[in-house]
Design a binder for this molecule. Sequence first.
Ligand SMILES: C[C@](O)(CO)[C@H](O)COP(=O)(O)OP(=O)(O)OC[C@H]1O[C@@H](n2ccc(N)nc2=O)[C@H](O)[C@@H]1O
Ligand SMILES: Nc1ncnc2c1ncn2[C@@H]1O[C@H](COP(=O)(O)OP(=O)(O)OP(=O)(O)O)[C@@H](O)[C@H]1O
Length: 313
Amino acid sequence: MSSRSATVRAYAKVNLSLKVLYKRPDGFHELRTVFQTIGLHDTIDFKFTPGKGAVVELDDALAIDNNLVTRAARLFFERRKVRGRLSMRLKKQVPMGGGLGGGSSDAAAVLLALPALTGKNTNLPDLMEMGAELGSDVPFFLVGGAALGLGRGEELYPLPEPKPQPMIVLAPPIHVSTPEAFKALGRPTLTSPAASPKLNTFQSFVWQAYLASDAENDFEVAVFQLHPELKRWRRKLERLGAHVARLSGSGAALFGVFPNQAKLQGALPQFHTEPLKVFSTTMLTRVQYRARLWRSLREHALEHTWPPQSRYA
Ligand SMILES: C[C@](O)(CO)[C@H](O)COP(=O)(O)OP(=O)(O)OC[C@H]1O[C@@H](n2ccc(N)nc2=O)[C@H](O)[C@@H]1O
Ligand SMILES: Nc1ncnc2c1ncn2[C@@H]1O[C@H](COP(=O)(O)OP(=O)(O)OP(=O)(O)O)[C@@H](O)[C@H]1O
């Protein structure tokens, strides 16, 4: 049988707000977070050939251990009883371990592309369940845009989208381990559960999104204490015109949202002398996020279906 190919982008995220409430009996922390997809992305090439057996291969120049791309594909093959050979190539651009969710987005891109390529249509709740098994941030990337994340980040509600604004992302050569960062959170830096009932949080972000005066990242105190230069870079983003500058996830990446391109272009050269990877990007709305995936899968998927439905089903 002839093979089916596609090239899909896996976009990164920032947490416009991230509050950590408490550690739950299952070991995960209860969160109140605002996710936002951005233009910075990895790229995955897919080639699927229907046939006997089930083979999943990945060409990954970085040889990432236990790659989420392979894990996501194997999980989908197993759950949906896919038969055939899948060859993938991963090109990383999103800095790893920076709190930008690159690995989680790669996994979600695989879960969004495979139903269309293999002809095994799968509804969103089932994909969400597979995503949550792979990582707390994966379900968000199955919807994209701006969303409120509750629970361990997998309970998601769409938020009204801000006008896509330009953004600088700074990736320092510092690796912050997510479990270590959660462990480092001290009691005074946590958000009180009494002050953050789910509905109130939702209401506040629906009306004010990331501009809410109480938007913040609870990891900043602990992570800035360990790496004081991060605080300096965050201040520098603000000084150069970012109206929101914050740590993303558990770090160590920082982002600054700028009111316009001119301000961003003025600020950009000021970071080139620093020991940082500097990215100029923009927020990506849900509509843009979906349109880009449909475009990548246009040969194989029906337009305006989400998750993209296969032409081969
Ligand atoms: C910090 C964030 O990036 C914010 O978006 C996410 O909460 C992290 O999500 P992630 O990297 O997908 O995390 P997972 O792979 O699910 O979990 C890694 C580890 O982080 C800790 N973890 C993660 C999410 C959460 N809500 N509480 C936690 O305590 C746990 O120790 C877990 O073993
Ligand atoms: N495809 C992948 N891309 C990046 N990391 C991967 C991938 N597969 C597995 N990993 C592992 O996951 C770790 C964290 O990955 P990632 O870059 O997504 O972290 P992060 O940006 O801190 O994510 P998050 O915000 O979800 O915590 C890496 O250090 C790596 O060992």
